[in-house]
Design a protein around this ligand. Structure first.
Ligand code: MN
Length: 488
């Protein structure tokens, strides 16, 4: 994450004289060093000398816009920076913007404070002047106030940075479609042009035959090497090594195709398996584990979202997987959702070392596919869905608690996760369904709804959050209000 950088712009004006501006620069450098060594800050902060003219601000913002590794801009007014000089630069801003309202000194020096001190440390009103112009220009932005060494303040910045990294990568994401989406299914379809306008995703179709060519070109030695890697990561719980070797070959061919095309995510569709002997299972699982986004049944939206959430959460504990709400446990007071898929759940969420097994699959009309079977770990997580509402894209997040102490399910031949959605299964499910949330989602332990809210705000898409304080009544009202905000 340290490869991504954020430009730290400190605003001032020439009025104060050189000594004051030297002090501002010195403080900003100390703060930048603090940010860069704080555990809460995942990326690199680069500070410029304080900006005192419209031209300097314009040049700084242009440099942020054009730097491919600059994920966003952080602004702070140590002194007073008249905001008309920000209009030209902010009008050209093309990166996520964070306005921090902080102060170099934590405490007021009661015994020594004088007007020089007051004039040097006036972000309390300097940042209000800046807040006005960003509000007046209706600039997409985040505002975080607090002391710059405070852990909560830093954590909020860290969460925003991760969203900005997601946005940067989203804008250059290419998604491979193998086939279309599953015939007649609505929620996995959508407007790819709108997705590219809002999120930057280039969603491209290729015939499966193009990938089959790559799979066929994989040598026996490469296949053997990949299969050996499987035996390190997974427990080989099958006699059918040929089935496992076939998945290894599919993975290698797919990855070669993904790399050559610069794809970060892909989907399959069990209705489109011409020339494949098995539905890709273990192949997709292991590709997800290495960071690729994946969606089943032609769901390119969930594939892209899986990729972005994996990139946003790099370096954090937890895992991230494509997921599907599968079946309910309605025991009173202990209601839960069992999430799984035909095969393709990412091993990054496994509680224990997954087992490779081979079982018949009643769908897709192919040979029994090898897959990694495991239980997902316990802990706090979120599920995220992105749907196309016709007039806009809508993101829905539900806070969930994954259950680790779970009954054995000896006959279940796939990886699965068991969770209690907040605030309850009844309220969560009713709200999710009212919002049109998909059965496909991304489950992640590494991020919170706050990360995703930041991301949605940067992208300019609707955001809905189902959490421990949600009621169906209030959620309905929010949906109704949102029709006025987003529906036109
Ligand atoms: Mn599905």
């Amino acid at each position: 994450m340290k490869e991504y950088k954020f430009l730290f712009l400190v605003g001032s004006q020439p009025l104060y004289g050189e000594d004051a501006l030297h002090a501002v620069n010195e403080h900003a450098r100390i703060m930048t060093d603090g940010f860069n060594s704080a555990a809460e800050i995942p990326c690199t902060v680069e500070v410029l000398d304080c900006l005192t003219t419209s031209q300097q601000i314009l040049t700084a913002i242009d440099s942020a816009n054009s730097d491919p590794m600059c994920a966003g801009v952080i602004a702070w007014m140590h002194t007073f920076s008249p905001s008309k000089q920000w209009i030209a630069g902010l009008g050209r801003l093309d990166k996520p913007y964070l306005h921090i309202n902080t102060q170099f000194n934590r405490d007021i020096p009661w015994n020594t404070i004088d007007m020089d001190f007051m004039n040097l440390n006036q972000s309390a009103h300097g940042d209000r002047e800046h807040g006005y112009i960003t509000a007046r220009m209706n600039l997409k932005r985040k505002v975080i106030a607090g002391y710059w060494q405070d852990g909560e303040f830093l954590s909020e910045i860290g969460a925003w940075m991760r969203a900005a990294v997601g946005m940067l990568e989203s804008r250059r994401l290419r998604v491979l479609r193998l086939g279309d989406n599953m015939r007649n299914v609505a929620v996995t379809d959508g407007d790819k042009i709108e997705a590219q306008i809002k999120l930057g995703w280039q969603v491209d179709y290729f015939g499966l035959g193009d990938v089959i060519g790559e799979i066929d070109s994989i040598s026996e030695a490469e296949t053997a090497e990949k299969t050996a890697q499987y035996t390190e990561k997974y427990i080989m719980d099958t006699e059918d090594i040929q089935a496992v070797r076939y998945q290894a070959k599919v993975e290698l061919g797919l990855e070669r195709f993904l790399r050559a095309g610069g794809f970060g995510a892909f989907h399959t569709n069990f209705e489109e398996l011409h020339g494949l002997r098995q539905l890709p299972g273990l192949a997709c699982q292991n590709l997800m584990l290495s960071g690729y986004g994946f969606g089943a049944e032609g769901d390119w939206k969930v594939a892209a979202l899986t990729r972005i959430i994996k990139l946003m959460s790099r370096g954090l504990d937890g895992g991230t997987s494509f997921m599907e709400d599968y079946t309910y446990h309605f025991e009173k007071g202990n209601e839960m959702i069992l999430g799984a898929h035909m095969l393709e759940i990412c091993p990054s969420i496994a509680a224990d070392k997954p087992k490779i097994q081979v079982h018949p699959l009643g769908i897709g009309d192919r040979e029994p596919p090898a897959r990694a079977v495991f239980n997902a770990k316990g802990g706090k997580a979120i599920v995220v869905s992105l749907v196309d509402m016709g007039t806009r894209l809508r993101m829905i997040v539900n806070d969930i608690d994954c259950v680790s102490d779970r009954p054995e399910m000896p006959r279940l031949p796939v990886a699965s996760a068991l969770w209690k959605p907040q605030p309850s299964l009844r309220v969560s499910a009713a709200s999710w369904i009212l919002a049109g949330g998909s059965h496909h989602s991304v489950l992640t332990y590494a991020l919170t709804a706050e990360h995703m809210r930041n991301f949605a705000e940067m992208a300019g898409i609707e955001f809905l959050h189902i959490n421990d304080s949600t009621t169906v009544e209030n959620f309905r009202k929010e949906l109704e209000t949102n029709e006025f905000v987003w529906g036109v």
